[in-house]
Design a protein around this ligand. Sequence first.
Ligand code: SF4
Ligand code: SF4
Length: 94
Amino acid sequence: MEMAMVRECEVGDCSYNWEHRCHAFAITIGDDVHPMCDTFCRSSGKGGTSEAIAGVGACKVSGCSHNNHLECECSEISVGYRGEEIDCMNFESR
Ligand code: SF4
Ligand code: SF4
């Protein structure tokens, strides 16, 4: 199983976001129910490194049809706004 890559992220005010890409090494998605980006943060400086393109290190949303033992089986995902929440846009309920 390959780690799902974060293809794009539209959350420009997250510290890990540089030009619509996530530059953390890996992110965590979700609590038990909601597919939000648990790695989102705002700080005064930028996070991550310019070379890194994030993968999905863990996903806690067992109710997503792409979730297998709390890992994501997609080859890539995107992250964006769903209402007020910052979510994995590839979430699909089982
Ligand atoms: S995927 Fe999450 S951690 Fe990465 S830039 Fe977007 S909101 Fe931030
Ligand atoms: S597609 Fe589903 S399993 Fe993959 S990160 Fe998004 S919510 Fe988690």
